[in-house]
Design a protein around this ligand. Structure first.
Ligand code: ADP
Length: 375
């Protein structure tokens, strides 16, 4: 089937644009056929009058589409008949002339079909390339945001360090101030100096916190998020870790899971973090028993739940809530901030994150409110 390649192009400004494109195609057919006729005529009795008409048909089809191409064929056929096939100046035909014209028109039709196909292939290819490019740009943007998020996470550690310094100075100066005041007679100048330094250091600590909060805030972006999609992407994201850890990965995703509103990158961070913890928890297990499962389900009609389940040794003894406090870790090289950041993210989305033992391993799951229709 011959498809107009222009139909494959984005319509742009719609109806007016289509009308213009069609008019341009017809004008091109007339122009090209006219030029071919003019040049061939001026050659005076050329041996082969058809090549320029062929060129006109190819150019018209490529730039104007298949319908203008066919119009160019009709114009060319009539021109040949009228100007080059005796009796000249007449459309009268007899058998051998009909055969001659068919010999021209049929290959011309075939050429139009072929050129149209090429044109469609090229348009499709261009569209695919453009789409790929825009996808790559989007991914790069997300990647940049993920690395910014990670910076925010790493900053959690340096916050402790940075804020600690001014706080220590506040305490030391407070101590000194008390000593200057309780001396007899009290040294008010020194005490005033110490209070001045307390204010300075306090302000510095406040500035640090403000800076960090501003950074975290700018990296939040709310959009409609499909949690099933995030869960489905985990296998690709953690492919290397799953292979290296010889872990079998399974998803059980609820069909038609309602969307939530949130920051896709942050929510992805949470699932990645929970999955990484699960992978690490199973590292001492026998190979065949390492299983990571991500489930999604609708809960209580107004919430969706994502559960990350492993077949590891289960949660460490004690209150599961302790795991979510900052700097709690049972790992030698652990930071103990992954779960606390994850909980902050889920709570900032109006949800809840909790953990329990399933009998065959640990389960970490979060619940987020379903996006209201039209919200
Ligand atoms: P980190 O991984 O750096 O220790 P997290 O905040 O991510 O920090 O985790 C805190 C602690 O929670 C871990 O050290 C571990 O004891 C426990 N934990 C997390 N996930 C699991 C799991 N899937 N199975 C068992 N324990 C876990």
């Amino acid at each position: 089937m011959i498809r107009n390649p222009d139909a494959a192009q984005p319509t742009g400004s719609g109806h007016a644009h289509r009308k213009f494109t069609a008019a341009w195609g017809y004008a091109l057919a007339i122009l090209c056929a006219g030029v071919a006729l003019f040049v061939t005529e001026s050659l005076r009795n050329p041996l082969f009058p058809t090549p320029l008409f062929f060129a006109a048909i190819v150019i018209t089809t490529w730039y104007g589409g298949s319908v203008p191409g066919i119009i160019a064929i009709i114009l060319a056929t009539f021109s040949l008949d009228y100007f080059f096939i005796p009796p000249l100046g007449s459309f009268a035909l007899n058998k051998p002339e009909i055969a001659y014209l068919l010999e021209f028109a049929l290959p011309a039709l075939l050429t139009t079909w072929f050129v149209t196909k090429r044109r469609i292939a090229e348009t499709t290819l261009r569209e695919a390339r453009d789409e790929l490019q825009s996808r790559i740009e989007k991914r790069q943007e997300e990647l940049a945001r993920v690395s910014r998020m990670l910076t925010v996470g790493e900053m959690g550690v340096s916050i402790a360090h940075e804020v600690n310094q001014p706080l220590m100075a506040v305490v030391l100066n407070g101590d000194a101030c008390l000593r200057w005041l309780s001396a007899s007679p009290p040294n008010l100048d020194e005490a005033r100096g110490a209070v001045g330094r307390i204010i300075e250091e306090g302000t510095r600590a406040g500035d640090i916190v403000r800076r960090i909060r501003a950074l975290a805030k700018t990296s939040t972006r709310r959009a409609v998020v499909d949690l099933n999609q995030i869960a489905g992407e985990i296998e690709a994201l953690l492919g290397r870790e799953l292979t290296r850890g010889k872990i079998s990965f399974r998803t059980e995703l609820a069909k038609g899971l309602p969307s939530v509103r949130g920051d896709r990158v942050q929510l992805q961070q949470v699932v990645v973090n929970l999955a990484m913890n699960a992978i690490e928890a199973m590292s001492d297990l026998d190979q065949g028993r390492r299983e990571l499962r991500i489930r999604s389900e609708v809960r209580e009609s107004d919430g969706v739940v994502i559960a990350v389940e492993d077949s590891g040794p289960g949660l460490p003894a004690g209150n599961p809530e302790d795991l979510f406090t900052a700097f709690f870790t049972t790992k030698e090289d652990g930071l103990g901030i992954g779960l606390s950041i994850s909980r902050t993210i889920i709570e900032a989305h109006g949800g809840r994150l909790w953990a329990f033992n399933s009998g065959s391993g640990a389960v970490f799951q979060f619940r987020l409110p379903i996006l209201e229709e039209g919200a």
